[in-house]
Design a protein around this ligand. Structure first.
Ligand code: SF4
Length: 113
């Protein structure tokens, strides 16, 4: 595994996946090895504040594991970087939407006929 650089949180960004310090995991999730970002510039996935996310998102949209990546980021509440094609702000918004009650409060009692 080739170490590329560390981000501003001090995480080691690896060639295998630019976002996560894989060496800190007991075993990286299987989907991660198929991420297209392993073949690209990891800096694109951590743009400076106000910087463009276009390059990273263009990679994510072609990535075969984008759904798994996004699920991972939402589940682990990843605060930084582009994951599954979404920025931090976009993931926060999606996370809030997913946590909102649907308004469908039918219970078995209500729907029993
Ligand atoms: S969706 Fe994007 S960040 Fe996630 S593994 Fe694929 S290329 Fe990397």
């Amino acid at each position: 595994m080739t170490i590329r650089h560390s981000n501003y949180q001090g995480q080691i960004l690896t060639r295998g996946h630019p976002i996560l310090d894989m060496s800190a995991l007991p075993e990286p999730p299987p989907w991660m090895v198929d991420g297209l970002c392993a073949q690209t510039d990891p800096d694109a996935f951590f743009p400076d504040k106000g910087g463009s996310t276009r390059e990273a998102k263009a990679v994510c949209v072609r990535c075969p594991v984008s759904a798994e990546c996004l699920d991972w980021a939402l589940e682990h509440e990843e605060r930084f970087g582009i994951w599954g094609g979404l920025s931090e702000r976009e993931r926060r918004k999606l996370g809030k939407q997913l946590k909102k009650p649907t308004g469908d409060n039918n219970t078995d009692k209500d729907s029993a006929a």
